[in-house]
Design a protein around this ligand. Sequence first.
Ligand SMILES: Nc1nc2c(ncn2[C@@H]2O[C@H](COP(=O)(O)OP(=O)(O)OP(=O)(O)O)[C@@H](O)[C@H]2O)c(=O)[nH]1
Ligand SMILES: [Mg+2]
Length: 331
Amino acid sequence: MPVEVTPGQGSHGISMWGAPGSGKTTFLAALSVALSRRNDDWKIIGSDPASTDYLLDKTKELSRGRLFPEASKVVERYHWTLMGPTTKKTRWWRRKPKIGDQTRIRVNMIDAPGGLYAQGGRAAEDLVDLRQRELLDSLAQGRGIVFLFDPIREFKVGDAFDHLHAPLTRLAERMLAADEMEDGKLPHHVAVCITKFDDRRVLETAMGRHLVGVEPDDPYGFPRVSDEDARTLFRELCRISRSGDAELVLNDLGKFFHPERIQFFVTSSIGFFMDRRRNVFDWDDSENLLPEESGQGLRVRGQVRPINVVEPMLWLGRRLAAADPAGVIPR
Ligand SMILES: Nc1nc2c(ncn2[C@@H]2O[C@H](COP(=O)(O)OP(=O)(O)OP(=O)(O)O)[C@@H](O)[C@H]2O)c(=O)[nH]1
Ligand SMILES: [Mg+2]
């Protein structure tokens, strides 16, 4: 029997959270490519024309045009369905799963400009505050967060904590007033994603701590950090924060969310460069960024090979479905 997770803005709402330029929009743009590269049955489908347009257009710009999205200006909402194989065991007398026997996870995604996370939503007096309130409303309604931590920005600017603490405190104020705190914590699940793993500085930090391995079934030999080691890498990257405040990010996450509802991932939306003639990862030539011909900005150098972009979404989708069984409708 197919399993469908209810739509609605409510419990299956997921918000992208992170400082400006931390890679939120690129992460979403890479989702379709990431799913296409997997040898399984998971796919993503828009639930309305605008959400489908986004998937088609952004995927094309990133993978064909090798262009990054522009900095976000407004709060964008997308409604998608992740469709995948059934998680149910097939009975011995049914050799194949029945047609229509698949898992469907509705994802209501919010992507906001990172700047909106800076203040944390005060009274709605001007446009920025209005947009901050809108963002806070979405966070309060949803139960999933993809928190992007950009180690490069943290090294250069060091403001991840500023973009976490104030809005988190505002969100807690809201949830407390609505009597929705559970055991003193927010009810959300959080996928903490370290972004830009393809950047040499991040890769070298992970290598220096012996956290990098290669998956045995990966024919190209791309470096990976396991989810078990992702938290350790996060801690290491916090130490080289410019402001020294990044360690407070970990403390805040632990204070505001249930530890079993936090999962760390080491990700890259564009992945590592690979020379297609050699068809194997080259440790000495791994960077997948190029300066734009105009000299302004960066573009993708080779093919887009996202790392750990689908996994946080599937983890969140499954967790939200399990946490809200009323949302699983047998059809
Ligand atoms: N090395 C590397 N750089 C990335 C990656 N993803 C994004 N970037 C860089 O980060 C920049 C910002 O990415 P965005 O996706 O626009 O970031 P954002 O968080 O949506 O930014 P705002 O919308 O301004 O809040 C891009 O223009 C790229 O230069 C990645 O996977 N690897
Ligand atoms: Mg953006």
